[in-house]
Write a protein that binds this ligand. Structure first.
Ligand code: ADP
Ligand code: MG
Length: 250
C-alpha cells in the first residue's frame, strides 16, 4: 500500500528525511515512533500529498506520488491525480480539527457531500452508522465544544472514514488527550485495524504498538534507526538511540 524507497525531504538546507525506505502492506498497521523533530509528521505529510518529496520514490497503492530520476529531475503527480488520491487517504491529527460550527453528524457528512457530491440522505445514513461504529450514536447532534477530547477525536476518525479511505494516517492521535480518554480512542483504532484497515500510526503508546501493530519503525534525525516486529524491537532494541528513547517513553 505504501512503498518508500530512499525518500528524502529537505526544507532549504535542512534535510528532514534522509533516505527513508519502508513498506506497509495492505491490511497492515505500522507504528512510527521517535523523538520530536525526527521527521515523522513530514513523512506522513509526504504520503498525504501535503509535501513533495525531494528525492527517492514514494508510492501509495501502486501509484507513484513522487520520485527523482537519475539526472535529478523531479517528477510530481498531476495535481488532479494527487487530489483524487488524497480522497482515499484519511488523516487524523493530534488536534481534532473538527469544524466548530457543525455538529458531529455534520462534520462527518461534510466531505462526502462537498467533495463527492453524494446524495444527502445516503450520506447521512452512512454518517450515523460511522458515529455508531466509534461509539457516538447518541452524540450526533452535539457540537465539538460540547464533546470531550476523546469524543472529538472519535468524530474525527469517523469523519476520515466517511471518505472510505484505503489508508489511514494517524499523527499522534492521543497526545493531546487527558490520560483517561486515551483508551477509548485507541480502542476505536484497534477495531479499525481488526477490520483490515491499512494504517500508519505515529504514537508514543507502546502498548498499542505491541498489541496492534504488525511493524514498528523507530526514526531519529530523519533516518530509520531500526524496524521490525514491535514486541522484538521494544523488548530487545539493538541501537543505543532506540534504547535511550524507549527508556523515556516506556
Ligand atoms: P516530528 O513529527 O518527528 O516531530 P517533523 O516532521 O514535524 O518531526 O519535523 C522534522 C523537522 O522538519 C523539524 O526540524 C521541523 O522544524 C522541520 N520542518 C517540518 N516542516 C517544515 C516546513 N514546512 N518548513 C521548514 N521546516 C520544517
Ligand atoms: Mg510530529
Amino acid at each position: 500500500m505504501v512503498v518508500a524507497e530512499a525518500v528524502s525531504k529537505s526544507f532549504g538546507s535542512n534535510e528532514v528525511l534522509k533516505s527513508i525506505s519502508l513498506e506497509v502492506k495492505r491490511g497492515e498497521v505500522m507504528c512510527l515512533v521517535g523523538p520530536s523533530g525526527s521527521g515523522k509528521s513530514t513523512f506522513l505529510r509526504c504520503i498525504n500529498h501535503l509535501e513533495v518529496v525531494s528525492a527517492g520514490r514514494l508510492s501509495v497503492d501502486g501509484e507513484l506520488i513522487g520520485y527523482t530520476e537519475s539526472r535529478g529531475k523531479l517528477y510530481e503527480m498531476h495535481p488532479k491525480a494527487a487530489a483524487l488520491q488524497r480522497r482515499n487517504i484519511g488523516m487524523v491529527f493530534q488536534r481534532f480539527n473538527l469544524f466548530p460550527h457543525m455538529t458531529a453528524l455534520q462534520n462527518v457528512m461534510e466531505a462526502p457531500i462537498r467533495v463527492k457530491g453524494l446524495n444527502k440522505a445516503a450520506v447521512e445514513t452512512n454518517a450515523r452508522a460511522l458515529l455508531a461504529r466509534v461509539g457516538l450514536a447518541n452524540r450526533a447532534d452535539y457540537y465539538p465544544a460540547h464533546l470531550s477530547g476523546g469524543q472529538q477525536q472519535r468524530v474525527a476518525i469517523a469523519r476520515a472514514l466517511a471518505m472510505q479511505p484505503k489508508l489511514m494516517l494517524f499523527d499522534e492521535p492521543t497526545s493531546a488527550l487527558d490520560p483517561e480518554l486515551v483508551g477509548e480512542v485507541l480502542d476505536v483504532m484497534q477495531n479499525l485495524a481488526r477490520e483490515g484497515m491499512t494504517m500508519i500510526v505515529v504514537t508514543h503508546e507502546m502498548g498499542f504498538a505491541k498489541e496492534v501493530a504488525d511493524s514498528l519503525v523507530f526514526m531519529d534525525g530523519g533516518v530509520v534507526v531500526e524496524s521490525g516486529d514491535p514486541t522484538e524491537v521494544l523488548s530487545n532494541p539493538q541501537h543505543a538511540r532506540t534504547q535511550a528513547f524507549l527508556s523515556k517513553v516506556l
